[in-house]
Write a protein that binds this ligand. Structure first.
Ligand code: F6P
Length: 356
């Protein structure tokens, strides 16, 4: 069997661990396997940049962050648009897959990646995918690898801010990754003991944020920590159309929402606010043990799908069990935080404000 592998979109921890899982399980359970690694995601498949990856290259990478194949962002909405030289990208991918004589293409990626994976599957290619993203927003799976490792990093950032915020009696905003969804800010916020958590799914009211800060002041708490998702949005902005909001962000003088919120709190309270942005550290470094385990399990499950010829599926975790979900059910949907979920109620029960 000849299997292609590619990692696409933003990287995360455990991509290598997942590929190692796929390849080890294939080598253990089949004869005569050869692995083609496409370089830098779909770009490698479009422009035929690949190399044969020796089995030994998948050893010793369980704990290695990033991706040994490289990755890139190839927006789905541009997949059907010819490149600057007029190349039809979808036709090029199909041609390269066929010319290489691949039996299956294994794709590791997030939301955008799954849209293209579904397109290729509908075009007749044998596709199996694995869910990766620190955002944990892939539809059809309870968890994606990368998420728990980034929760650890973002939590550690909040932990570090705790000590300095307490010493100085300051208000701090820690900006957590997640433009569209707030799973990471929610989990790191709770784990790091943040007092206010702002996520895109629960638009905030600035006065409610200030009430929460003042409530802490009144009870003698000298500091407040806000865990703010990159996509946190005010109630007023949430009432704008998508186009209007994009326009507003374009003209904004702030580098990101954390700066805007800080400025507004300062304006209303006179308090000096500090901002910490862990940024891409949240996607870096070694995968945590949890991610090593699920990526290995996902990898072995992907190999099983290949061996059985069950193509057109993503491996997933559903209610604690490893399952497969048809790509058509996954592509184009986003798993957002349910504002009515019990985790939100429990967080509110212990006094965490969501600014609503
Ligand atoms: O999709 C994962 C993600 O890490 C988001 O949480 C974040 O907003 C974005 O990628 C950053 O993307 P880039 O690496 O392109 O700056």
């Amino acid at each position: 069997m000849k299997i292609g592998l590619l990692t696409s979109g933003g990287d995360c921890q455990a991509l290598n661990a997942a590929m190692r899982g796929v390849v080890k399980a294939l080598y253990e359970n089949t004869d005569d396997i050869s692995i083609i690694g496409f370089e830098d995601g779909y770009k490698g498949l479009i422009y035929n940049n690949f190399h044969t990856v020796a089995p030994s290259e998948f050893s010793g990478i369980l704990t290695k962050g990033g991706t040994i194949l490289g990755t890139s962002r190839q927006p789905f909405k541009k997949m059907n648009v010819p490149d600057e030289n007029g190349l039809d990208k979808v036709e090029a991918m199909k041609k390269n897959y066929k010319n290489l004589g691949l039996d299956c293409l294994v794709i590791l990626g997030g939301n955008g990646t799954h849209k293209t994976a579904n397109l290729l599957s509908n075009e007749g290619l044998n596709i199996v995918t694995l869910p990766k993203t620190i955002d944990n927003d892939i539809w059809g799976t309870d968890i994606s690898f990368g998420f728990q490792s980034s929760v650890d990093i973002a939590t550690n950032a909040i932990d570090c801010i705790h000590t300095t915020a307490a010493s100085h009696g300051r208000v701090f905003i820690v900006e957590i990754m997640g433009h569209k969804v707030g799973h990471l800010a929610l989990h790191a916020g709770i784990a790091g003991g943040a007092h206010i958590i702002l996520i895109p799914e629960i638009p905030y009211d600035l006065d409610k944020i200030i009430d929460a800060i003042e409530k802490r002041d009144k009870t003698g708490k000298r500091f407040t920590i806000l865990a703010v998702a990159e996509g946190a949005i005010s109630k007023e902005d949430a009432a704008l159309s998508k186009k209007e909001y994009k326009q507003k962000l374009k003209g904004s003088k702030y580098p990101s929402v954390a700066y805007e919120i800080a400025d507004k709190i300062k304006e209303k309270t006179g308090k000096e606010i500090r901002i910490a942005v862990p940024g891409h550290t949240q996607r870096g470094g070694a995968p945590c043990p949890y991610d090593r385990v699920i990526s290995t399990r996902f990898g072995a499950a992907a190999a099983d799908l290949i061996i059985k010829g069950e193509y057109g599926n993503m491996v997933a975790m559903v209610n604690g069990e490893i399952k497969s979900v048809p790509l058509g059910e996954v592509a184009g949907k986003l798993k957002t935080v349910d504002a009515e979920a019990s985790v939100i109620k429990e967080a509110k029960a212990i006094g965490i404000s969501f600014g609503d």
